[in-house]
Design a protein around this ligand. Structure first.
Ligand code: NAP
Ligand code: ZN
Ligand code: ZN
Length: 349
C-alpha cells in the first residue's frame, strides 16, 4: 500500500484537516497518478455535510482531478508515465449492464464506484478523492487532458464541464437555440462557455444581480436578475432549453414557465426537494428532466472539444490550507467561478 497524505472530514460537518490514507499499489490494469490540481465542487460540500445521504467517513472529497501518470501496471496499454491525465466523478463500474455497454457508465445500475464517498467493487473498501497526493485508478476510467489547456483551469472540466456538456449534447442544443443557464457558479459558468461555444444564444438567470458583467464576459448574450419583479413575466416562453445548476431549493415552476412549448428544462443541481406543480408542464407540453455527469467516452469528447475551443474554467487557485474558507465562500455564492486546490501545497512527510 502507498501511504498518501490527504485532507479529510472526520465526521459529517467537521472541518477538513490533514489525514493519511492508503492507496493500492497499481495492479496490472491500474495507473498511479500524481495529483497536481483538484477542483472544488459543491457536491463535495453536500456530501461532507451529509446533505444528500449518510456519507462514509472519514471522507476525502474531490472529483475534478488532474495530474501526471507516475507508474502503470504491467497490462496497461493506454497510458505511460508522464502523461497528463484526469479523473472525474467515478473510478469504476460493472462494465456489463446496459448503461455501461452503451457508454453511459454514470447510470450503471450494478456497481458505479464514485471517486470518493463510495465503495470499491469489493463492496467494502472506501474510495477517497482528489484532495490528496496520489490516486490509483483502472486505466479505463482515466481521461486524456489536451496539452493546449492550462492544467489548473482544466481540472473543473472533469465534473463541472462534463455535467453541463452532457445535457447540452443529449438534448440536442443547436446553434441559434435560446439557452438559459440558471445559477452562475462552477457548473453554471461552464454551461455558459460550452453553450456559447456550441453557437447557442445564452442568457444567465441569477439570484446575484452583481454577476451581470461577469456573465457577459464569460460569453452570455443576456442576463436576467431573478430578483427583478418582472423577471418571470418578461421572459415567459422565451427559451428552447433551460439548464438549472442551482444548489439551493428554488421554485422550479417559475422557471418552467420560461420555456417555449415542447421544450425541456434539465436539472443538474441537486438541492433539497422543492414542490412541483403540474401546471407549467401541462400548459406547454414542457418537460422537466435530470442529468448526471457524463460517460467516459463523452467526457473525453468534451475535453477534446474544450481543447479545440480553448474552453477552461475561471478559477481561483488555493492552497489546501484554505479549503474550509473556500467551502464557506462556495455556499455563499461567492466563488468566481471555481476554486482549484494546488496539491503542491499539501504537506508531505
Ligand atoms: P456553486 O458553484 O455553488 O453554484 C451554484 C449556484 O447556485 C450559485 O453560484 C448561485 O448562482 C446559485 N444559488 C446558490 N444559492 C442559491 C439560492 N439560495 N437561491 C438561488 N440560487 C442560488 O455549485 P456547483 O459546484 O456549480 O454545483 C451546483 C449544483 O450541481 C450542486 O447542487 C451540485 O451538487 C450539483 N452537481 C450536480 C452534478 C450532476 O451530475 N448532476 C454534478 C456536479 C454538481 P447565482 O448566484 O448566479 O444565482
Ligand atoms: Zn462535482
Ligand atoms: Zn454497469
Amino acid at each position: 500500500m502507498l501511504k498518501t497524505p490527504a485532507y479529510a472530514a472526520a465526521a459529517p460537518k467537521s472541518p477538513l484537516a490533514p489525514f493519511a490514507i492508503e492507496r493500492r499499489e497499481p495492479g496490472p490494469k491500474d495507473v498511479l497518478i500524481d495529483i497536481r490540481y483538484c477542483g472544488v465542487c459543491h457536491s463535495d460540500i453536500h456530501q461532507a455535510r451529509d446533505e444528500w445521504y449518510p456519507g462514509i467517513f472519514p471522507m476525502v472529497p474531490g472529483h475534478e482531478i488532474v495530474g501526471t501518470v507516475a507508474r502503470v501496471g504491467s497490462e496497461v496499454t493506454k497510458w505511460k508515465p508522464g502523461d497528463t491525465v484526469g479523473v472525474g466523478c467515478f473510478v469504476d463500474s460493472c462494465r456489463a449492464c446496459d448503461a455501461c455497454r452503451e457508454g453511459e457508465e454514470q447510470y450503471c445500475g450494478a456497481g458505479l464506484v464514485f471517486t470518493y464517498n463510495g465503495l470499491e467493487r469489493d463492496g467494502k473498501t472506501p474510495t477517497y478523492g482528489g484532495y490528496s497526493a496520489h490516486i490509483t485508478v483502472d486505466q479505463d476510467y482515466v481521461l486524456r487532458v489536451p496539452a493546449t489547456l492550462p492544467l489548473d483551469a482544466a481540472a473543473p472540466l472533469l465534473c463541472a464541464g462534463i455535467t453541463t456538456y452532457s445535457p447540452l449534447r443529449h438534448f440536442g442544443v443547436q446553434a441559434g437555440d435560446r439557452v438559459a443557464v440558471v445559477g452562475l457558479g462552477g457548473l453554471g459558468h461552464m454551461g455558459v462557455k460550452l453553450a456559447r461555444a456550441m453557437g447557442a444564444e445564452v442568457t444567465v438567470l441569477s439570484h446575484s444581480p452583481r454577476k451581470r458583467e461577469d456573465a457577459l464576459r464569460l460569453g452570455a448574450h443576456d442576463f436576467v436578475a431573478t430578483s427583478a419583479s418582472d423577471a418571470f413575466t418578461a421572459n415567459a416562453a422565451r427559451f428552447d432549453f433551460i439548464l438549472d445548476t442551482v444548489s439551493a431549493p428554488h421554485d422550479y415552476n417559475a422557471y418552467l414557465g420560461l420555456l417555449k412549448r415542447d421544450r425541456t428544462m434539465v436539472l443538474v443541481g441537486v438541492p433539497d426537494p422543492s414542490p412541483l406543480s403540474a401546471f407549467p408542464l401541462v400548459m406547454g407540453r414542457r418537460r422537466l428532466a435530470g442529468s448526471l455527469i457524463g460517460g467516459i467516452a463523452q467526457t473525453q469528447e468534451m475535453l477534446d472539444f474544450c481543447g479545440q475551443h480553448g474552453v477552461v474554467s475561471d478559477i481561483e487557485l488555493i492552497a489546501i490550507q484554505q479549503i474550509n474558507e473556500a467551502w464557506d465562500r462556495v455556499v455563499a455564492s461567492d466563488v468566481r467561478y471555481r476554486f482549484v486546490i494546488d496539491l503542491a501545497t499539501l504537506p508531505r512527510e
